[in-house]
Design a protein around this ligand. Sequence first.
Ligand SMILES: *[C@@H]1O[C@H](CO)[C@@H](O)[C@H](O)[C@H]1NC(C)=O
Ligand SMILES: *[C@@H]1O[C@H](CO)[C@@H](O)[C@H](O)[C@H]1NC(C)=O
Ligand SMILES: *[C@@H]1O[C@H](CO)[C@@H](O)[C@H](O)[C@H]1NC(C)=O
Length: 312
Amino acid sequence: MGNRLPLLLFVLSIFCVTGKANSLPRASVRSGPTENTGTTPHLQEIFLGRCWGFQQLWEVSPEVDCTDLWEKFFGAFSYREPCDQTASSYDPFFQAATLETPVNRTLFWSGTNALAHLYSDEGRRYSTLEDTLPGHVLNGLRWCGSARAPGYNCTVCPQCQNRPFWPEASKFFAQRARGDVFLVLNGTRRDASGNPEDAFKATSIFARSELPSLNKAAVSTIHVWVLHDLGVDPPYSESCGKGSLRRLDQILSHDGFRMICQDDPSFLRHQQCVDAPNSPVCVWSSATSKAPKQTIYNNVLFLILLSIVLYL
Ligand SMILES: *[C@@H]1O[C@H](CO)[C@@H](O)[C@H](O)[C@H]1NC(C)=O
Ligand SMILES: *[C@@H]1O[C@H](CO)[C@@H](O)[C@H](O)[C@H]1NC(C)=O
Ligand SMILES: *[C@@H]1O[C@H](CO)[C@@H](O)[C@H](O)[C@H]1NC(C)=O
């Protein structure tokens, strides 16, 4: 297949580009294919550009061969029926693409996609899955196979029962966590119809793939940060020691991990306040900025009074 690949991909990219202009999801989407949209146009070019770019920017050494990674990735789903994917078919790709995450830097998230990534700062502060090479390369993209040439479907990717890519990526990521690990949860999470959901959701990728993959010999403490939306007032049914957080505590202590839970830690509150500076929870910032003015005013007043007294 090696020799055929470039020609097929060329034919394919013409197909996908001229076929239908799919708009890409702006935010990162953790699920792979969705209904009524096909493989992301220019998938190969995006993959290769992101892959080489990531390694140049982060000075990855030794360098991973991105062309080889693409072939491993493409080989996992191409020339198969769209839902015919197994977790293990992506393993050669993950084995080649998964690099070590530095000690104490692994950040997991569930229901807090935007906030967790603002805080991780593309791996500068912490590293989420999307800040690692395999997660970065495929974040927000769609793909699915086709048994016929060109090997993948540009127009329609069906909603498959089995979508192994992100769970498998998460497993490889979690297996490599070392030291203290961190988890950002959403204490005011709601489903699509607006009903409250557990912060520690049993069906989440964290609960199903990441937690069971943590290496007990390498990880001891799990810091859990439970965030509540600024517009939702306490009391919260989902917070440290309550609701699903109590269940998480039981699971972790049963597995031999220590859990340190914190509700709305200030470093994440500040991050939320960036976009809502006038929210009542955030007004401390204008209160502190008033304080120095008051002091300057008092000092000036004092000096004026003093000069008057001395002059008299
Ligand atoms: C990781 O965090 C633990 C606990 O805070 C600390 O004792 C240890 O020195 C840290 N390790 C590194 C490599 O920073
Ligand atoms: C928590 O979930 C709600 C609804 O599911 C969402 O609108 C909100 O942005 C989430 N909060 C955080 C901090 O991610
Ligand atoms: C893509 O999927 C649609 C819907 O299942 C199908 O009609 C079409 O033939 C497929 N295209 C390819 C190239 O397999």
